[in-house]
Design a protein. Structure first.
Length: 76
């Protein structure tokens, strides 16, 4: 099942769902929670957040190492 289908299932309102759709919704919520919990417990989520936060500084450092003729033009 793809992420688009997960998103569609999670967008259903819980009130008025037939038993099959309610079961699918609960299963998707459980799977998403398990993935999130595993990422939190093994630290991969924190590493990804830190990497994303550090990206502009690392890119700027790499840009400084490039020879001037290979650098993109600076924004005014």
């Amino acid at each position: 099942m793809g992420l688009n289908r997960w998103y569609e299932i999670l967008s259903w309102t819980l009130t008025g769902l037939d038993p099959l759709r309610l079961s699918m919704n609960v299963q998707v919520i459980c799977i998403v929670f398990q993935i999130y919990a595993k990422a939190m417990l093994d630290g991969s989520l924190a590493r990804e957040v830190a990497r994303e936060r550090d990206r502009p500084r690392r890119l700027a450092r790499l840009m400084q190492k490039l020879p001037p003729e290979h650098r993109p033009p600076q924004k005014p």
